[in-house]
Design a protein around this ligand. Sequence first.
Ligand SMILES: [Zn+2]
Length: 274
Amino acid sequence: MKKVYTVIDKSGNKPQKNGEIAVIREERRRREAFLTRKQRRKRQRTIQMIRRCVLSCLGVLLIVFVMTKIFQKDENPQAVQAEKSTSTPANMQELEKKEEGFQQKVIEHTPDYQVDLLTPNPYSRPQMALEEIKGIVVHYTANPGTTAAQNRSYFEGLKDTHTTQASSNFIIGLEGEIIQCVPTWEVAYASNERNIDTISIECCHPDETGKFNDDTYRSMVQLCAWLCMKFELNEESLIRHYDVTGKLCPKYFVENEEAWKKFKKDVGTTLADF
Ligand SMILES: [Zn+2]
């Protein structure tokens, strides 16, 4: 304050006083600048604090929102489960009824066939489980005039002769007789890479043309339609050995594409009548 009085001294000794005034002014200017900076910093700090608060609040809200969603998710399955458990008896009854009806239909349309399973052995009945039944493969025996029983004996004999690996789930004979040699849930050695997911049917034929007689044909249609129904397949699931490996089997259906198409159509018609 003393310096202020010096400023307003009227002695006229200006140069010295002016220097002091300049210093004071400079000091004041610096002080004001300092205060301004301080205020600005304070304002900035306040803004920063508010921003942090807002961000924290948003973060908390987000966490609460996510947690709510998680708990909702946890609750929902219980609600669904509860709903299910209340409606299950009715559904179960309906399903059981449907299944019963289906089984009844399968029994009703079962063709006459003889179960004469091969002795388990690595050459014709390896007792390997089928992965899934995706199709039915039709074959011809390539042995004109032989019966279903003779072909079965050939497969059975492989356990002793070890000449090759061959078999079939079913054989259909010249009189329309059907013999089951391998259960449908077991692999038969007939269709190469499709042994694992198909059922095979060997069909007897009277001569070299490979054409099936009417009795054999009728049983082929019946058996194929029944297997399609039982395993929830359709006529499009029928394939020839030829379709797997290109082998001329069943000869007549490979050489006569129209006959093969007609056969599939006949199976489809029979299936629709079940
Ligand atoms: Zn074949």
